[in-house]
Design a protein around this ligand. Structure first.
Ligand code: KIV
Length: 273
């Protein structure tokens, strides 16, 4: 197989210009990171969705800087070609620009991230400008921004009125001008996503935002059928791993209980390895 080019921030922008779709997924550990990288992902996001699919919280709000640094450093050890983006957790970038710079810097210095993602529109423009000025690329995130779930009151479709759609468009322009290299669009209609995608020069990466975005991202635990608590309609399941794991583990329990595991072949005899 031909050696894949290392994915960089300028390459992702070039992909939009060429009309080449960007494939992105989330990862939280080195093993999954390596598997996704081998599969040819362009961008791997260490999402704060880890709070829900790994740590078992109801929302992403409890995620800490230390936990995100741990996950990012783990994924870093598995990923070679894809661009590695770390999600900045709730309250790590919203309080002051100074704190945002210090916290973002930790993802680059301590965990090997190549970019950070932050949620929010025009109100985050100054922070984004400062991060990019000091050399830290930022991926924006508009639409259903899960860190604002308490404000939205649930995982509801965003940009549903013309006024809201216009505001999202203005936010996208503000992020672009502030220097983001891309914008995640979460749970907005395909019409709104198309308008934004056509209006900005940086790639849009959709999740529940229809086919017109420049790229797509899903939470890997969702698309592999590992996380079963809820299943939004935009999730296409490429595997049913929860079912496979249950089957495998009940098979194991059964074998152990019946004395069928391990066999002699699976045991050491004398000094033989
Ligand atoms: O945390 C996450 O996994 C995300 C994606 C859903 C884009 O933000």
């Amino acid at each position: 197989m031909a050696e894949r080019k290392k994915v960089t921030v300028p390459l992702l922008i070039e992909m939009k210009r060429r009309g080449e779709k960007i494939a992105a997924l989330t990862a939280y550990d080195a093993t999954m990171g390596a598997l996704l990288d081998e599969a040819g992902l362009d961008l791997i996001l260490v999402g704060d969705s880890a709070a829900m699919v790994v740590a078992g919280y109801e929302t992403t709000l409890p995620m800490s800087m230390e936990a995100m640094l741990y996950h990012t450093a783990a994924v870093r050890r598995g990923v070679k070609q894809a661009l590695l983006v770390a999600d900045m957790p709730f309250l790590s970038y919203q309080v002051t620009i100074e704190e945002a710079v210090r916290n973002a810097g930790r993802f680059f210095q301590e965990a090997g991230a190549e970019a950070v993602k932050i949620e929010g529109g025009a109100e985050m423009a100054e922070t984004i400008r400062r991060l990019t000025v000091v050399g830290m690329p930022v991926l924006g995130h508009l639409g259903l921004t899960p860190q604002s779930i308490r404000k939205f009151g649930g995982y509801v479709l965003q940009g549903t009125t013309e006024q809201e759609a216009e505001r999202l468009l203005d936010d996208a322009h503000a992020l672009e001008q502030a220097g983001v290299f891309g914008i995640v669009l979460e749970k907005v209609s395909l019409e709104v996503a198309k308008r934004i995608t056509e209006a900005v020069s940086v790639p849009t990466i959709g999740i529940g935002a229809g086919p017109h975005c420049d790229g797509q991202i899903l939470v890997t635990y969702d698309m592999l059928g590992l996380f079963e608590k809820f299943r939004p309609k935009y999730v296409r399941r490429y595997a049913e791993l929860a079912r496979i794991i249950r089957q495998a583990c009940t098979g194991y329990v059964d074998d152990v209980k019946r004395g069928q595991f391990p066999s002699i072949e699976e045991s050491y005899t004398g000094e033989q390895e």
